[in-house]
Design a protein around this ligand. Structure first.
Ligand SMILES: Nc1ncnc2c1ncn2[C@@H]1O[C@H](COP(=O)(O)OP(=O)(O)OP(=O)(O)O)[C@@H](O)[C@H]1O
Ligand SMILES: [Mg+2]
Length: 254
């Protein structure tokens, strides 16, 4: 059965999509059968993986408009071998969904996507809406990328409260995989203070080493491929490779 990992943080611009695309690519290159689902109608995963989404192209958001829609019809292969994408619909307006928190979970299970892939990653929008609830009800792990600033720390405490509510209600399988600092610079006092705080509050073992600032990660989206294919020797590629080592070791401990 696939491990299903939601990549989430309600704060915008915290590295969710960069992490989704680059973790997915690194895992696929290591031989995992990988499916990335993009729930954010900004549709950035498709851009970063060179997938064309035209008007009428099936997307994950069709599920929330049409009870007959099937996820399997929306699967596309990407520039990265072994990595498939279910893209987002750039025309989908958040708030338009049906109110069924389990729509995505049911589709993954009924269409047996959890048997066809080793890992399913879900990139989420920066909002607390039905789409995020669908992601959190479909996954068994949550990975939280965050920029180590004070406001991010406050936001994460609120997010963790939401996660505990979901774990004690609609999705008892939900576990926090860990916190991934983004654009981390350990020379910056604020970064050390915030990451130390996360480690104390949630456990050292839940804090991943982190991703340093690297312009190659930004450029890679312009070149429509993950950093591992665009600049395999970059800092960004090296840091996401370490993140995958850490994630795989955590997944196998449980
Ligand atoms: N390690 C990094 N080094 C440099 N730039 C980065 C890094 N990680 C992310 N960025 C840049 O930061 C910006 C926000 O990243 P990203 O789009 O991944 O965040 P997000 O959480 O998905 O945003 P949103 O909430 O809008 O979906 C982007 O311009 C991205 O290229
Ligand atoms: Mg995003």
């Amino acid at each position: 059965m696939a491990e299903i990992i939601g990549i989430t943080n309600r704060k915008g611009g915290s590295g969710k999509t960069t992490t989704s695309v680059n973790l997915a690519a690194e895992l696929a290159i290591r031989g995992k059968r990988l499916l990335l689902i993009d729930l954010d109608s900004q549709n950035h995963c498709a851009i970063g993986l060179n997938v064309n989404v035209k008007k009428g192209t099936p997307t994950v958001h069709h599920l929330f408009r049409n009870s007959e829609a099937r996820l399997t019809q929306a699967i596309q292969s990407t520039v990265c071998p072994g990595l498939d994408l279910i893209p987002a619909d750039p025309l989908f307006e958040h708030g338009m969904s049906s109110g069924d928190r389990f729509r995505l979970a049911k589709a993954i299970c009924e269409e047996e996507l959890d048997k066809s892939y080793d890992i399913i990653l879900i990139d989420t929008p920066p909002s607390l809406d039905d789409l995020l609830m669908n992601a959190l009800c479909a996954c068994n792990w949550v990975l939280i990328p965050f920029i180590p600033h004070h406001l991010a720390a406050v936001g994460m405490q609120n997010l963790v409260r939401v996660l505990f509510k979901i774990k004690s209600g609609p999705n008892q399988q939900l576990k926090i995989l860990g916190f991934l600092p983004i654009m981390l610079d350990k020379r910056i006092h604020q970064h050390r203070t915030v990451t130390d705080g996360v480690s104390k509050q949630f456990g050292q073992w839940r804090l991943f080493s982190g991703i340093r600032t690297d312009i190659k990660l930004v450029e890679a989206f312009g070149f429509k491929c993950p950093v591992r294919l665009y600049r395999p020797k970059s800092r960004g590629a090296a840091d996401y490779a370490i993140a995958v080592d850490e994630i795989m070791s955590r997944l196998t401990q449980f």
